[in-house]
Design a protein around this ligand. Structure first.
Ligand code: T3D
Length: 265
């Protein structure tokens, strides 16, 4: 058993979570899911945490489900629905719903659920040597962890189908050109850039950003009229935060704002 399948590092205003099974390219086990879920809960419960950075130890980001846990005995039928219900789906829902930005620093290959967990993060950065593989088709599975939802929205129907049906790796450069991810950095620059981004978010108007995440997620299903109503409600909430008042004051006083990320006046 791995000592610590997820490493948690506390920084000023944000946390770094590192998937830590490098010998298996950080493939998910039950223990890793449990540790990651606990780390996400702790981050959410900490009011001083205003951003999260998710990365992988060693040369990979995450190779999806650890397939050594899926070797079926003769006559046994694997029950994969349970793993999705109890682990992968709650993980993706939690990443989307966290009330602060989540940055993925994809340091190497991201395959299967590992690729889609990265895509569930708010901003995806990747090392030039990284790649993204919808590996499911190679083993007879369906893209999960939101893959069938994220892919067409991010890269369009034609590319989504080819990626899902062929399971060909996409380089980090190609992923950025297609809009699958935000930016690519030289390998050595990835973590400094990702930490810089999180440090920026740690000083940002956190509540406004959390409400923006909610608005963008809801826009996937709302029609324009419903979305306008939602924007009105979320703007009411954002307008009541101390950070809005500070943002306006700072603008008028021609100085940098000192946002606190606090919820209400
Ligand atoms: O089951 C459920 O709960 C349902 C949910 C499923 C979600 C999923 O994620 S299904 C998809 C599972 N993942 C995969 O199918 C990917 C399998 N891995 C690969 O295709 C390749 O390893 C990569 C493309 C990711 C990287 O290739 P490469 O050549 O850079 O590395 P490698 O040599 O294949 O891997 C290095 C080691 O990691 C190797 O071990 P070894 O030989 O050095 O002892 C390899 O076996 C191990 N490894 C990589 N991925 C996995 C893994 N071990 C277990 N499970 C893995 N997913």
């Amino acid at each position: 058993m791995d000592e610590q399948p997820v490493l948690v590092d506390l920084r000023e205003g944000y946390r770094v979570l590192t998937l830590n099974r490098p010998q298996r390219l950080n493939a998910f086990t039950e223990a890793m899911h449990v540790a990651l879920a606990a780390a996400l809960r702790d981050a959410e419960a900490d009011s001083s945490c205003r951003a999260l950075l998710l990365t992988g130890a060693g040369r990979g980001f995450c190779a999806g489900q650890d397939l050594t846990d899926r070797i079926a005995a003769p006559g046994e039928t694997p029950q994969l629905g349970g793993a999705l219900e109890h682990h992968y789906n709650p993980l993706v829902r939690k990443l989307r719903a966290l009330p602060f930005p989540v940055v993925a620093a994809v340091n190497g290959v991201a395959a299967g659920a590992g690729a889609n967990v990265a895509l569930a993060c708010d901003i995806v950065l990747a090392a030039r040597s990284a790649s993204f593989v919808q590996a499911f088709a190679r083993i007879g599975l369906v893209p999960d962890s939101g893959g069938t939802w994220f892919l067409p929205r991010l890269v369009g129907a034609a590319r989504a189908r080819a990626l899902a049906l062929l399971a060909e790796p996409v380089s980090a450069e190609q992923a950025a050109q297609w809009g699958l991810i935000w930016k690519v950095f030289d390998d050595a620059a990835l973590m400094p850039e990702a930490e810089k981004l999180c440090a920026h978010f740690a000083r940002a108007p956190t509540v406004g950003l959390a409400l923006t995440k909610r608005a963008l997620d809801a826009a996937e299903t709302n029609d324009l009229s419903a979305q306008l109503d939602l924007e009105r409600e979320l703007q009411r909430e954002a307008g009541a935060t101390p950070d809005f008042a500070e943002g306006v004051r700072a603008f008028l006083e021609k100085r940098a704002p000192a946002f606190t990320g606090k919820r209400s006046r």
